[in-house]
Design a protein around this ligand. Structure first.
Ligand SMILES: [Zn+2]
Length: 359
């Protein structure tokens, strides 16, 4: 065995992770001999049986519980890598047995021994897509930071995949893929479907139309991914997707003031100004009587000054703040000029306003 492999394969605590679903018979065959394990995997047969899920908690993750299996027999044999470790091996030599996974569209994802993934997460992502595509659940036999062995969740099915970390310490590859789903049927409600997975898949659609109805999302999921997901979960999916979308917007907007400063700093002579207001003033024109109360209040804080404000009364007889400004002296001219500009900008041309002031 290669140095790295043998060191890592002994004495490490291993966590076995199991997935919800029926436990499958586990058979660990002789390992990793790719030549003798040409993929005899075939697509599972599918039916349109409508399996119903009881609860949101059915949408689980790969990992539901963890237990340590210290005594687990070390039956991973990384012999094939030893050939690569000839003392002068370069990284590409590690890959001589395999081929790097290239993204395949959902529906035509195929797995085979010696497919190489950039890291464990990439492998798990593809495996998840593949299982959902093929319509079967997983039962985890062995999973830790350097190897991952799962079987089909259906009892008696001999489908099994084993993948592990490569000698470069970050890439992952499928070491063996055996068995086939003979009588597993298609799992319409697949426990490995998570809201996170759905958000990832449906994000482009939600981004294109933030008001997309949840039933449309449900229908798309049924048609494209051939899985059943409870309608109410799509509300959650939509909310999470909006968080992702709006989050990125607000983060971008938050950078604008800094951007303006950078423009001024790096392009001398440039003029950059950021202003904003939280209310377009529209509510006043649509929902308030044509009465404007104006007043000024002296500020007693460190900077002093005068707060000028214009208020209306809305349909509920409540105060509607129309505009306010902080000035050095009571310069109503400046304030009213800007207020008129605001009205003009909003397309308001009426001139029968009633003003109330204490003067
Ligand atoms: Zn199966």
């Amino acid at each position: 065995m290669g140095k790295f492999v043998s060191k890592a394969s002994r004495g490490d605590k291993r966590a076995a992770r199991t997935c919800k679903g029926k436990g499958g018979d586990v058979i660990f065959e002789g390992e990793d001999d790719v030549d003798s394990e040409d993929s005899d995997f075939e697509e599972s047969q599918s039916d349109d049986g409508d399996v119903d899920s009881d609860d949101e908690s059915d949408i689980g993750d790969f990992i539901v519980e963890e237990e340590e299996l210290e005594s687990m027999r070390d039956d991973i044999h990384d012999m094939s890598f030893e050939d690569c470790l000839d003392g002068s091996s370069k990284r590409d030599k590690n890959y001589k047995n395999g081929k790097v996974y290239v993204e395949q569209p959902y529906g035509s994802i195929k797995l085979e021994p010696w497919l190489i993934f950039t890291d464990m997460e990439a492998f798990l992502d593809v495996l998840r897509d593949y299982c959902i595509q093929e319509g079967f659940g997983l039962s985890v036999e062995k999973a830790d930071s350097r190897r991952y062995t799962v079987v089909c969740a259906v009892e008696g099915c001999d489908w099994r995949i084993h993948a592990s970390k490569m000698v470069d310490k970050f890439s992952w590859t499928i070491k063996s893929l055996t068995g086939e789903h003979r009588q597993c049927g298609r799992l319409e409600v697949n426990p490995i479907v998570t809201t996170k997975w759905l958000v990832g898949k449906l994000l482009p659609e939600i981004e294109a139309n933030l008001d997309i109805p949840v039933l449309t999302l449900k229908k798309m999921t049924q048609q494209k991914y051939r899985i059943q997901v409870k309608t109410r979960l799509f509300y959650k999916v939509k909310a999470l997707a909006k968080e992702v979308i709006n989050g990125s917007f607000s983060e971008s907007y938050a950078l604008i003031p800094r951007y303006a400063e950078m423009i001024k700093e790096t392009n001398p002579g440039s003029y950059a100004l950021i202003t904003w207001h939280s209310d377009p003033g529209d509510g006043f024109l649509k929902g308030c009587r044509p009465i404007i109360g104006i007043d000024g209040a002296h500020l007693s804080g460190f900077f002093k000054g005068i707060l000028l404000s214009a208020l209306g009364i809305d349909g509920n007889n409540e105060i509607f703040l129309l505009a306010y400004g902080v000035v050095d002296t009571e310069s109503w001219n400046y304030f009213m000029r800007n207020l008129r500009a605001l009205f003009e900008r909003e397309g308001c041309s009426r001139d029968d306003w009633t003003f109330i002031s204490d003067h």
